[in-house]
Design a protein around this ligand. Structure first.
Ligand code: C5P
Length: 306
């Protein structure tokens, strides 16, 4: 059973107040892009995980746990527990999504494992786990996992796990600049809180950008480019100052939108069309401001059996 699951970029990431449970209330507009991790689940004596770089990708996988700490292994255990079976499965993960890169690669692997294991162990004719059950299990694993199942473009509220699909027309063309080494998501959120406290700022109550929704609904890339926003960007730039140069290089190379993806350090650049994305990627590759330059389009579907 092989499943592929997409990376995401956040078109809007509005971070509200810190909650008592350690999470922040968000408005998070997720957009799935055509950069995929692939997970193969094969029946085995016991649960095992292997992680490798996908063919043609330059993603470094050294930091990814190949044991029970891997989110995909936890996903397999959750599905097994719900179905009352042993989690006897070997999970082989081939990664093309940057690790700890702000593109929800770990969440994609977890979503892929949920779907693959449900297909392996559940009854095809009378499934005990519905799509909604998988979304709920996903939310237990991480805030971004439900979106990796759903895909497309969607608004996430709560800690980002409560999703409503958003209307989006056409395809948007992206160029991603990956960085050496990742950023820790909790550290970036904590830095965002620290910066706000230092400036005496109250966390605003997040709300969906109307301009963003209308740019998506009309498929207007130029309008989308100017309303992209990420409240975590300032914090990511403090923790990784070199990203400023990467963003500037993208602007100077003609990107119609540029921002840090999620908690970073991957930077996302919006192009006008496929041809412009190819030009932008070529210019950025020559600038030496990234570990690698990757092109992708969105929206694409969520985790899918292939
Ligand atoms: O849900 P997930 O495990 O992916 O979140 C990782 C970390 O990101 C959390 O431990 C928390 O520090 C931060 N986070 C947050 N508010 C959210 C989502 C994530 O503070 N809404």
């Amino acid at each position: 059973m092989t499943v592929r699951a997409p990376a995401k970029v956040n078109l809007q990431l509005s971070v509200g107040p810190l909650r008592d449970d350690g999470y922040h209330d968000l408005v998070n507009v997720f957009h799935a892009v055509s950069l995929f991790d692939e997970l193969t689940a094969v029946p085995a004596d016991e649960l095992a995980v292997t992680v490798e770089t996908a063919p043609g990708s330059r993603v470094a996988v050294d930091g990814v746990p190949a044991d029970d700490d891997n989110l995909a292994a936890r996903a397999a255990r959750l599905v097994a527990a719900r179905l009352g079976v042993e989690p006897a499965v070997a999970l082989r993960i081939r990664k093309a999504i940057p690790v700890a890169g702000g593109m929800a690669g770990g969440s994609a692997d977890a979503a892929a494992a949920l779907l693959a294991c449900a297909r392996l162990w559940d009854s095809p004719d009378d499934p005990r786990l519905s799509r909604d059950d998988l979304l709920e299990l996903g939310a237990d694993l991480g805030s971004d996992v439900p979106f990796a199942l759903l895909g497309g473009t969607a608004i996430g509220v709560g800690r980002g796990e409560r999703l409503t699909p958003a209307l989006a027309r056409g395809t948007f063309h992206w160029v991603f600049a990956t960085a050496d080494g990742g950023l820790s998501t909790p550290a970036v959120y904590a830095e965002c809180d620290r910066l706000r406290a230092e400036r005496g700022e109250e966390a605003p109550r997040p709300r969906v950008s109307e301009e963003l929704m209308s740019a998506l609904a009309t498929g207007d890339a130029k309008a989308l480019g100017v309303v992209l926003s990420n409240d975590l960007q300032a914090a990511a730039l403090v923790l990784r100052p070199s990203l400023r140069r990467t963003l500037t290089a993208g602007h100077e190379a003609g990107a119609i939108g540029a921002l840090v993806s999620g908690s970073g350090p991957t930077c996302a650049f919006l192009a006008e069309n496929a041809e412009h994305a190819a030009e932008l990627a070529a210019v950025l590759a020559g600038e030496g401001v990234a570990k690698s330059i990757v092109r992708a389009g969105g929206p694409v579907p969520g985790a899918t059996v292939i």
